[in-house]
Design a binder for this molecule. Structure first.
Ligand code: MG
Ligand code: MG
Ligand code: MG
Length: 307
């Protein structure tokens, strides 16, 4: 039987990695030959979760061959997906994002809900289908929910996410908020990364009106820890703008303790930020966005609307 590849988006986050591994287990439950793979490096936060669950990192791929059967988790947009995706056969999508630049030539399972996390969707499927859950799966799903909802504090968090979080916490018998804070903090140590790596840790490309933008995001316990590196970060951003012919590059430094973000915006269209968030960019091309933590719900929509 032909092997199915399961993967999340490029610059994979904890949800993309953990949900792909859980989806592999679900696929195997139904007798499918499936392998979770990834489209980029595993970040420190995800590494913490995988270590805790005692799970090896998945295999990295960079493109797919003609006719490869794939299941997408945690994304659907072409620019965020595997290179050469048009050659593949998408047999399933499990996602919680807007649907954009997505089309297939064959019918497929497409499961999308406006939840805070893909793993919440997977958890509900597992429960409904009476699939046996083990500790590793529980840790993976709990970690993904903690990551995507910033410990249930993000405006993307729904009651479904909270219910899944509580049930997984009870199943594991751990203090999820304590575990979660440790996991999130593990992801905030950026000192080992070059500026190029920092802006690519969690970067997503979007297209609207023939304009191309990137919105990148990092988590921190103190915005200044990252902002002091502004010069080299801006240099890296300018390089990406030139290389990818971007109209706008938005870099968000998100304070996971106080749930605010500082934005740095560069590119032809940087004034869009002022309109989208009703702020003034200062001489550093930056502004504080009070209460903003979610790219998906609070940052991308107002920018894409104006673009
Ligand atoms: Mg994600
Ligand atoms: Mg997600
Ligand atoms: Mg994310």
């Amino acid at each position: 039987m032909e092997k199915i590849l399961i993967f999340g988006h490029k610059s994979p986050d904890t949800d993309s990695i953990c949900s792909s591994i859980v989806m592999e287990k679900i696929a195997k439950h139904y007798g499918l030959d499936a392998e979770a793979v990834r489209l980029g490096n595993i970040n420190k936060e995800t590494e913490y979760a995988l270590n805790y669950a005692d799970i090896q990192p998945t295999r990295e791929i960079s493109d797919v061959l003609e006719g490869q059967k794939v299941i997408l988790v945690d994304h659907n947009e072409k620019d965020q997906s595997v290179d050469g995706r048009e050659k593949s056969e998408i047999i399933g999508v499990i996602d919680h994002h807007r649907i954009s630049s997505f089309e297939t030539s064959t019918p497929l399972y497409y499961i999308s809900k406006p939840y805070g996390c893909t793993s919440t969707l997977l958890y509900e499927i597992i429960k409904k289908e009476n699939i046996e859950i083990d500790k590793q799966m529980a840790i993976l799903m709990l970690s993904a929910i903690i990551s995507d909802t910033l410990l249930l504090k993000s405006p993307t968090c729904t009651q479904n996410d909270i219910d899944a979080y509580n049930e997984l916490e009870a199943f594991l018998g751990i203090d999820a908020s304590q575990y979660g804070l440790e996991m999130l903090k593990a992801g905030t140590d950026l000192s080992i990364y070059s500026a190029d790596e920092v802006i690519n840790l969690d970067a997503k490309e979007f297209e609207a009106n023939n304009k191309k933008i990137v919105i990148a995001q990092v988590n921190t316990a103190d915005i200044e820890d990252v902002f002091v590196r502004k010069e080299e970060i801006e240099f890296a951003m300018e390089k990406q703008i030139a290389d990818k012919k971007l109209d706008l590059y938005v870099f968000l430094i998100t304070d996971i303790i106080n749930t605010n973000s500082k934005v740095i915006a560069l590119g032809e269209q940087k004034e869009i930020i002022e309109k989208a968030f009703n702020v003034k960019l200062d001489e550093n091309d930056s502004a504080l966005l009070e209460g903003v933590v979610s790219r998906k719900k609070q940052v991308a929509p107002p920018i894409l609307e104006i673009l």
